[in-house]
Design a protein around this ligand. Structure first.
Ligand code: ATP
Length: 434
C-alpha cells in the first residue's frame, strides 16, 4: 500500500492557472474514459521541491494512446504517437507539450538495451523509474484530485535530500542512471545514499559503463554540463572514476576546476546581458573539460562518445584553435581592431565564451568581449549587386572588397551605403579593376 496525502493546496499555490486547468482537464478526460490518470516523475519532484515546473508527464492506468487521442480531439491539440512504446505526446497550439505513457511493466532484454514493454499498473510503472525522488505520482481524477501517492519513500527522501535507487540491480540494468544520480545530486544539492553509492562503485567495477554506447554517455554528459554549475558533478564523476572509464588519460586537476569556475562566471555575465543569444551551454563546459588534452586524446574521446560530425568540429577544431588563438592574442596584445576581428570571426559563440573564460589577461578579456558585443555583427551594407553596379567584373575580388569595407567599418568609417559604394569605386580605380 502506498503512503498518500493531499497536496491539492500545493498544486493551487505553486502552479500557474494554465497548468492547473490542464491538470483538471486531464483528470476529467480520465473520468470520461473510466481510467485512472496521474501526473508523475520530475513534475511531482519539482513541485515538492518548490522548483519551477518544466515537463508535464502523465501516466494512464490503461491505454495511454487512446487517452491521448481522446484528449487531443477534445482540446484541439496535435498528437505524436509512439505505438511501439504505448506513449504519446499531446501538443497544444502554442507548442506546449504533455507526455502521456501507459502504466506498464518494463523489463530489459539485456543490460543497456532498449526496454521491452507490456501493460500493467501505476505501481509497476513507478517501480521501473530510476530514483525514489522520481517515483511520486499525483492522482488527477476528480474524486481523488491532488492525492500524492508514494510507494517507494520518495517523499521522505526529498525531505532528507537523498538520491536512492529502488532496487539493487538498477545500475546494472541501466548504467546511464549513474550519470543521472550525479546530475540530480548536483542539481538539488542532495547526497547519494550509501547503498546507492556502493552500487554505483560496484556497477563500475563490473564494467557497466564501459559497455554503454557512446551516444548514451554523450547525452548524459551534455545534460550534466548543461546544468547551472556542473563542477560538483565533475568532482563526483572523478571520485567514482567515471572520467577514467571514458578515457584513461582524463584527470580532474585544480586547473580544470578553476577553469570551470571561470566558465561559470563568464556564462553568468553573458546570460545576464545577452539572454537572447542562445548557445549550447554544455559545449563551453565540454571544451573546458578537455582543455589542454592533445588532438590525439581529444579525438579518442570524441570517438568513444560518438560525437556527431558537427559537434566534433566544435570539440576538436574550434577548441584547439581557440586555445592557440588565445595564446597568440595574449602574446600580441594590444592589437588593432582589424587583427582582433579576423582572428575571432571564425569562432562560434560557445568558443568565444570558452576563450573569455580561458584568458587571465584582463585587457584581452575586454578586447574579446568588445569584439563580441560590438564588432562581431559588423556587416557591409552593400552586396554583390552594388559592387557590380560600379562596373567590377564578378570574381573573388568581391569578397576582398567586402572585407576591406569591414576593415573600414571597424574603425567607425563608412556608415552609409553610398559611402560603401564610393569606397568600392575607389578601390576598383586604384587597383585597375575598371
Ligand atoms: P529533468 O528535469 O532533468 O528533465 P526528469 O526527472 O524530468 O528531470 P527525464 O529525463 O525527463 O527527467 O525523465 C522523466 C522521468 O522518467 C524521470 O522522472 C524518471 O522517473 C524516468 N526516467 C528517465 N530516465 C530514466 C532511466 N534511465 N531509468 C529509469 N527511469 C528513468
Amino acid at each position: 500500500k502506498p503512503r498518500t496525502r493531499y497536496v491539492g493546496n500545493r498544486l493551487k499555490n505553486h502552479l500557474n492557472q494554465r497548468v492547473r486547468t490542464l491538470l483538471s482537464d486531464i483528470g476529467n478526460a480520465g473520468d470520461s474514459l473510466g481510467v485512472e490518470v496521474f501526473v508523475v516523475g520530475g513534475f511531482v519532484r519539482d513541485l515538492m521541491l518548490e522548483r519551477p515546473i518544466e515537463d508535464v508527464d502523465v501516466v494512464v492506468e490503461g491505454d495511454g494512446i487512446t487517452f491521448a487521442r481522446y484528449f487531443a480531439s477534445m482540446h484541439h491539440c496535435r498528437l505524436h504517437q509512439h505505438l511501439k512504446f504505448n506513449t504519446a505526446v499531446i501538443i497544444f497550439e502554442d507548442g506546449f507539450k504533455v507526455d502521456v505513457a501507459s502504466a506498464r511493466l518494463e523489463y530489459y532484454a539485456t543490460p543497456a538495451a532498449l526496454p521491452v514493454v507490456e501493460n500493467s499498473s501505476i505501481k509497476m510503472d513507478l517501480a521501473r523509474r530510476d530514483f525514489t525522488i522520481n517515483t511520486l505520482a499525483i492522482s488527477l481524477n476528480t474524486e481523488t484530485f491532488g492525492t500524492l501517492i508514494d510507494y517507494f519513500g520518495g517523499g521522505r527522501d526529498i525531505k532528507d535530500k537523498i538520491i536512492r535507487i529502488i532496487h539493487n540491480l538498477s545500475f546494472i540494468e541501466d548504467p546511464t542512471r549513474i550519470f543521472r544520480a550525479i546530475k540530480f545530486s548536483n542539481r538539488f544539492g542532495f547526497r547519494i545514499g550509501k547503498v546507492t553509492a556502493n552500487l554505483i562503485a560496484n556497477a563500475l567495477s563490473v564494467g557497466a559503463v564501459k559497455h554503454l554506447s557512446g551516444l548514451r554517455v554523450l547525452s548524459e554528459l551534455k545534460q550534466i554540463f548543461g546544468e547551472d554549475n556542473p563542477l560538483p558533478a565533475l568532482e563526483t564523476m572523478a571520485d567514482y572514476g567515471l572520467d577514467k572509464v571514458i578515457h584513461h588519460e582524463l584527470k580532474l586537476t585544480d586547473a580544470t576546476c578553476a577553469l570551470f569556475e571561470s566558465v561559470g562566471k563568464t556564462l553568468a555575465w553573458h546570460d545576464l546581458l545577452y539572454s537572447d543569444d542562445v548557445y549550447p551551454r554544455w559545449a563551453v563546459y565540454f571544451m573546458a573539460w578537455l582543455h589542454g588534452y592533445t588532438v590525439k586524446v581529444s579525438t579518442q574521446i570524441a570517438d568513444r562518445l560518438m560525437f556527431p560530425l558537427k559537434e566534433r568540429e566544435l570539440l576538436l577544431e574550434q577548441r584547439i584553435k581557440a586555445e592557440q588563438s588565445i595564446r597568440l592574442i595574449e602574446k600580441s596584445y594590444p592589437v588593432s581592431n582589424q587583427q582582433m576581428y579576423w582572428w575571432l570571426i571564425y569562432f562560434k559563440t560557445e568558443s568565444l565564451l570558452f576563450m573569455l573564460a580561458l584568458t587571465k589577461n584582463e585587457s584581452v578579456r575586454k578586447g574579446i568581449s568588445h569584439f563580441y558585443t560590438h564588432q562581431r555583427k559588423i556587416q557591409p551594407l552593400i552586396g554583390g549587386k552594388e559592387i557590380k553596379s560600379v562596373g567590377i567584373k564578378p570574381g573573388p575580388v568581391y569578397s576582398r572588397i567586402l572585407n576591406k569595407i569591414i576593415d573600414e567599418k571597424l574603425d567607425g568609417k563608412l556608415n552609409t551605403m553610398e559611402q560603401e559604394i564610393e569606397f568600392a569605386r575607389h578601390y576598383a580605380i586604384e587597383n585597375n579593376l575598371i
